[in-house]
Ligand binder design. Structure first.
Ligand code: ZN
Length: 270
């Protein structure tokens, strides 16, 4: 599943290819993704110029004069910009033909992705309820500590909650907690502000490193130029069950929390 770093990598790759380009035509080949692609986009976006591409959590936001296209890659989605003459593939569901003979295409075999529209004066409810961006100044030990007060759930599940902070996926949660020396089983509400400060820094570090590496979680992640990329980030605990901890030589354990696999070192994390 594309995580925040892959989405940010996609954004950075798309930016120079689509910003300031004008839409010649809009094509919806498969209407039903996670939700239906609004049919009005065909008329709304025609002859419009792309002003900006930004990201909020795992949503890509493409700005036009009247509103924003809101795209989510779901489980298997990817976006590429290719020459307009290149043949479509089976799972290309949406296409924006641009005025420089290139075309932006949305590819999604499992169709859990989404393409939505929000006008300038409205915000989709799914964006409204999101917590702060992990790499922003708003995400600090105060916001995290204050949100944790009274929370009895474990700290790993807590930091993966997008109402608390967005973009801390399963791999990043395990890795950040290891780096911070915090047990994933610790109760969120029983963690000191001092430890949250360390954790916040570790989350920022793990995500930044992954973004710099172009995303880590997918071995079939496609670059915006349509080429498959094989990105690799060294993982300290994730997917390393029964292997030696690289800090203490103890054994990495695997447990399940909130139906998700958690990896940690019982000796280094408490
Ligand atoms: Zn260890």
């Amino acid at each position: 599943m594309p995580e925040l770093p892959e989405v940010e990598t996609t954004r950075r790759g798309l930016e120079p290819l689509i910003v300031d380009k004008k839409i010649i035509s809009v094509h919806i080949y498969k209407k039903k993704l996670r939700w239906e692609i609004p049919q009005h986009l065909i008329a709304t976006l025609k002859n419009q110029t792309i002003r900006k591409i930004s990201r909020r959590a795992k949503y890509l936001l493409i700005d036009f004069s009247d509103g924003q296209l809101v795209m989510h890659l779901g489980m298997t989605g990817s976006i590429s910009v290719v020459p307009i003459i290149e043949p479509l593939k089976k799972h290309h569901h949406f296409e924006l033909k641009l005025d420089n003979s290139s075309s932006m295409r949305f590819h999604d075999p499992r169709r859990f992705g989404s393409i939505l529209w929000q006008k300038n004066d409205e915000e989709l409810s799914l964006l409204k309820k999101l917590g702060p961006e992990p790499l922003s100044y708003e995400f600090d030990e105060n916001s995290l500590f204050n949100a944790s007060i009274g929370k009895t759930k474990n700290i790993k599940t807590f930091i993966m909650d997008s109402n608390i902070v967005v973009g801390v996926g399963n791999i990043y949660a395990s890795e950040s907690l290891f780096l911070a020396g915090i047990s994933p089983k610790r109760e969120a509400g029983k963690t000191s502000k001092k430890r949250y400060k360390i954790l916040v820094n570790c989350i920022k570090e793990v995500l930044s490193e992954s973004i710099n590496n172009g995303g880590t979680t997918l071995n079939d992640f496609s670059n915006v130029d349509g080429e498959a990329g094989y990105f690799y980030q060294i993982l300290s605990v994730y997917d390393r069950k029964d292997m030696p901890c690289n800090r203490c030589s103890g054994t990495i354990k695997k447990i399940v929390q909130n139906q998700r696999a958690t990896y940690y070192c019982p000796k280094c994390q408490h």
